[in-house]
Design a protein around this ligand. Structure first.
Ligand SMILES: COc1nc(N)nc2c1ncn2[C@H]1C[C@H](O)[C@@H](COP(=O)(O)OP(=O)(O)OP(=O)(O)O)O1
Length: 156
């Protein structure tokens, strides 16, 4: 699969915008906003395009804050495996709205709905929410859901 972007907008009070996926990969799960990179785009441009398409927020690519460089690896299915660059966003324009792809809602970090998110999020999201910048690989089982291993390094 092509590499992907994933953006978590953060308000001044620390709450974070998640979206419940309304179609496609991760259907029904709460996640950040993002998608597959298109030819000719940088990953930052991809992240801002997807953020706008999925909830209407307008963000300048250079203002995104990179938080993680991940590889979602399913050894049994190389076609599924893909990279994911994760950003925080602050200082966007506009207000989030429902789209064909996402139902947006603000969450306090302590109220994150991990039971309705990708299982692996429980492992790496708390690291970046605590201010670490990480690079690493998450090894998924054949179902593309369960996690059987992971390996992260902190980026300096
Ligand atoms: C497998 O682990 C994952 N965890 C999390 N938290 N997010 C993930 C994982 N794998 C993919 N994602 C993210 C990356 C993207 O933001 C979306 C998937 O993007 P999608 O397939 O919807 O990409 P689009 O380009 O929007 O797709 P179409 O235009 O083809 O519908 O999930």
């Amino acid at each position: 699969m092509r590499d992907t972007s994933l953006v978590y907008p953060v308000r001044d009070d620390g709450s974070i915008l998640l979206g419940r996926k309304r179609r496609g990969m991760g259907y029904g799960k709460w996640n950040g906003f993002g998608g597959k990179i298109e030819p000719g785009e940088t990953m930052r441009q991809c992240a801002c395009r997807e953020l706008f398409e999925e909830c209407g927020l307008v963000m300048a690519p250079e203002k995104l804050i990179m938080a993680a460089d991940l590889y979602f690896h399913q050894p049994s299915d190389p076609e599924w495996s893909h990279g994911g660059i994760v950003y925080f966003a602050r200082g966007w324009e506009g207000s989030p709205h429902l789209s064909d792809e996402m139902e947006p809602r603000w969450f306090r970090v302590e109220d994150f709905p991990y039971e309705d998110m990708w299982m692996a999020d429980k492992v790496w999201l708390p690291m970046i929410l605590s201010g670490k910048r990480i690079r690493g690989t998450i090894y998924f089982a054949e179902d593309g859901e369960r996690v059987f291993d992971y390996d992260f390094q902190e980026m300096t």
